[in-house]
Design a protein around this ligand. Structure first.
Ligand code: UD1
Length: 417
């Protein structure tokens, strides 16, 4: 994959765009397939690096996984996960999701600590605590986690924090076998509801997703079938930020606006005109924006940390000063150094960034260092005067399917070289 984006900024964006299935839904769904011995089709799947990493993990444990156009076909009948290669799990944080499903079906799992994180420490203590609460015995040997689930049963898990990944892992751990698993202080993200719907579609028994208490009743087996996950609210909101800052009029389709209310409210405060439809959102903007007093990242339904960099990029040229507080990850402002290279005026202290609006950004050579920080550089470059060259595009490719093609359709001057 070539690795630079060249963007000549200043073009207004117009038109319509469809988003693919949400990366953060598809990743746990792929892991969930490990529990079924039937073929499963996941539709509208984006061709992005994180999905390919999970496909490799499924193959490495003897499952079949192929992205056929936009349909991901998975068959884990022959899976036999004796030990999952640390070369694979070390590359992607979401590999931790396979723990719950492997324990549910095979009762034993050995994996290395998951990797793939540039935005903070991201420990997995809540995953481990939760699994232990369900009777799984976990020991650490030479950096590998050995998990013995022969005594696993149902139980109650009280999470200290509503971790998205831990909630999903524990939901999946409870799907097969006897007993009832109750997760309290569960994460309420839309992707958790999607996972519940997927498990129930396959014959599982999960209820409560979208609230703070999720109940999973064990069943003896899961079936197969074809499922379409929810659209990607983060990709959709990234495109809305791009239109907001360049000016223009774009309708983003394939997402539920109610899953994006925290972001839409801030875009309205910044003077964007936002219209909601049952299957999408239209944003009209003059390109002249106002600062937003304060944005603070929170678990859903609060403002998503995954949109913090992109909205910060949008606010760089807004009139006035905005204050951004990052509560979820300790190292998620690295990209601001790159935005300042483009003429932004951002001061960061610990978990707070103060963005003083400037009249214009200027094109510059900048480098993406993580997925959403990279998306923020794209948003900024689209509005900047002159040419920007963005390197480190592999980070952006983890979560955006050919971002240059989507933006070019809307009228952006963007190319991959
Ligand atoms: C998921 C999303 C990610 C998003 C994040 C927060 C996927 C694949 N990724 O990540 O895009 O940014 O939710 O919305 O869905 N924590 C612990 N111990 C744990 C687990 C988490 O301390 O065992 C901490 C993390 O370090 C972080 C916070 O909890 O500070 C939130 O993490 P979590 O909700 O688990 O995020 P992920 O599931 O990793």
């Amino acid at each position: 994959m070539k690795n630079q984006l060249i963007i000549r900024g200043g073009k207004r964006l117009h038109g319509e765009i469809d988003v693919s299935a949400a990366k953060n839904s598809v990743l746990p769904l792929i892991a969930c397939c490990i529990m079924s011995e039937r073929e499963i089709h996941i539709r509208n799947c984006p061709a992005i690096a994180d999905i390919y990493s999970m496909i490799e993990i499924i193959r490495s444990i003897g499952g079949r996984a192929d992205l056929d156009g936009t349909t991901l076909v998975i068959d884990c009948k022959e899976a036999n996960p004796k030990r999952v290669s640390s070369d694979l799990t070390g590359g992607i944080r979401s590999s931790v999701f396979i723990l719950g499903p492997i324990l549910a079906r095979f009762r034993h799992a050995t994996i290395s600590y998951p990797g793939g994180c540039e935005i903070g420490l991201r420990p997995i203590d809540l995953h481990i605590y939760g699994l232990k609460s369900l009777g799984v015995r976990i020991t650490e040997v030479n950096g590998m986690l050995d998990c013995d689930g022969t005594a696993k049963s149902g139980g109650i898990v009280d999470l200290d924090f509503p971790s998205v990944g831990a909630t999903e892992n524990l939901m999946m751990a409870g799907v097969l076998g006897q007993g009832t698993t109750v997760i309290r202080n569960a994460a309420r993200e839309p992707e958790i509801i999607d996972l519940q719907n997927f498990i129930n579609f396959l014959g599982g028994k999960v209820s409560g997703a979208g609230t703070g208490v999720i109940t999973v009743e064990g069943v003896s087996a899961l079936s197969g079938g074809e499922y379409t996950p929810i659209g990607d609210r983060i990709v959709a909101a990234t495109y809305l930020c791009a239109v907001g800052v360049t000016g223009g009029n774009v309708r983003v389709k394939g997402i539920k606006p109610e899953y994006m209310h925290a972001v839409l409210q801030k875009l309205r405060r910044a003077d964007c005109n936002v219209t909601e439809f049952s299957d999408g959102v239209r944003l009209e903007s003059s390109g002249k924006l106002r600062a937003v007093h304060k944005i603070e990242t929170q678990p859903f339904p609060g403002f998503p940390t995954d949109m913090q960099p992109q909205i910060t990029a949008l606010l760089c040229t807004a009139i006035g000063s905005s204050c951004i507080v990052e509560n979820m990850f300790e190292n998620r402002f690295k990209y601001t150094v790159q935005l300042n290279k483009m003429g932004a005026n951002i001061i960061v202290k610990d978990r707070v960034a103060v963005v003083k609006g400037v009249p214009s950004l200027y094109g510059a050579p900048v480098s993406a260092e993580d997925l959403r920080g990279g998306a923020a550089l794209v948003v900024a470059a689209l509005a900047a005067q002159g040419e920007s060259v963005i390197s480190g595009v592999r980070h952006i490719d983890r979560g955006y399917d050919k971002i240059e093609q989507s933006l070019a359709v809307l009228g952006a001057d963007i190319a991959r070289i």
